[in-house]
Design a binder for this molecule. Sequence first.
Ligand SMILES: *[C@@H]1O[C@H](CO)[C@@H](O)[C@H](O)[C@H]1NC(C)=O
Ligand SMILES: *[C@@H]1O[C@H](CO)[C@@H](O)[C@H](O)[C@H]1NC(C)=O
Length: 368
Amino acid sequence: MKGFSELTLSAGLVIFWLTAKVYSQPRQPQVPCFFIFGDSLVDNGNNNGILTLARANYRPYGIDFPLGPTGRFTNGRTYVDALAQLLGFTTYIPPSARTRGRELLRGVNYASGAAGIRNETGDNLGDHTSMDQQVSSFADTVLQMRRFFRGDPNALNSYLSKCIFYSGMGSNDYLNNYFMPDFYGTSSDYTVKAYADVLLQDYSRQLTQLYTLGARKAIVSAVGQIGCIPYQLARYHGNSSRCNEKINMAISMFNSGLRKLVDRFNGGQLPGAKFVYLDSYQSTSDLYKNAASSGFEVVDKGCCGVGRNNGQITCLPLQQPCADRSKYLFWDAFHPTEAANIAFAKNSFSSQTQSYAYPINIQQLAML
Ligand SMILES: *[C@@H]1O[C@H](CO)[C@@H](O)[C@H](O)[C@H]1NC(C)=O
Ligand SMILES: *[C@@H]1O[C@H](CO)[C@@H](O)[C@H](O)[C@H]1NC(C)=O
C-alpha cells in the first residue's frame, strides 16, 4: 500500500505542477488576430490626423477610457474593444494609422468615422477612409506580413484563416448620403430598393476581396435601428419618442439583403469561409425595448449633446456630459455608450438563439 500512496502523491504533485504551469502562462487569445473594418461605431483613432468634422479625440469623449480621448466616438470602449476582450486579447487592436511591423500580426483596426461602402459617403463631413480604401490598406498589410512567414504564402494564408474579421458598414451610406438630399444625388438616382441593391453589390465585392486576401472567419454587422437614434428623434419629430420609420424601413431592406448575402457566402460561393451575420438591428431594438431590465434608464437622449434630446448637435469639446453614463443607451446623438457596447458584445458573443448572431455566435466562430 505504501507504493500506492507514494504513486498517488507523486501523481498529485505532477498535476499540481502542470496546473501551476498552465496558470503561469500569459493568457492566449482564442484567435491569433482580429482585423476590423467600419465607421465611427468602431473607429479607434484613425481619423485623428485627417481633416474632418468626424473626429472624437477631445474631451469629454473617452471620459471613461483609461487613455482618455483616443478618437473613439464614445465615453469608453467600443463594441470591438469589448469583443476583443471577450476573445481573450489583453490589449486593444491598434488603429491602422499607428500600426507597424510585428504588431500587424495581432490585427489592425482600419475603421474610419463617416466612412461607408460608397466612396463619396461622408464627404459632407470631410476626409475619411472609405471601405474600398480600408480593403486596400488591408491588402498592403498582407504584403507587409509576408516577411514574418519567410515569404511562404501557404503559411501566411493558414495564419490569416484563423483570424477574425469584423466589418460594420452601411449606416453612413444612409445617414451621410441617401437621406441627405441637399448634398447627395443618390435619393433621386435610386429608389430605396435599388439603393440597397447597389450597396449590397459593392459590399459583396469588397467582402469577396477580403476573402481573396485570406479572410475565412468573418463577422458582418447589420445596420442598427438608426431611425431611432437621438439625432433622428430630434430632427424629424417635435415629439421626443418617435422613430423615423422611413429610415428604419430602408435599413431593414439593406439588412435582409445582407443576411441573404451571408447565406450565399456560406452556401458555397466562398469555399472554406464562415460568415456570421450580426443582427445589430434586432439587438438595438431589443435593448431599446427592454432597456429598464438591462439597467438603462435613458434611451432617447444622448448623454452628451446640444438641443432637443441632446441630439441636434453632437457632443462638443469640453462639454459637460451626464453624470451616470451607465444609465444611458446613447453617449451622443449617434453613438452608443460603453455600457451599451458591452451589452451588444456579450449578446453577440455567446447568444444561444440565432436572433443576434446567425448562423452561429462569435464564440463558436472563434473555435472553428
Ligand atoms: C473608389 O475609390 C477607389 C480608390 O480608393 C477606386 O479604386 C474606386 O474606383 C472608386 N470607386 C468609384 C465607384 O469611384
Ligand atoms: C406628438 O405626439 C402626439 C401624440 O402622440 C401626436 O398627436 C402629434 O402629432 C405628435 N407630433 C409630431 C410633430 O409628431
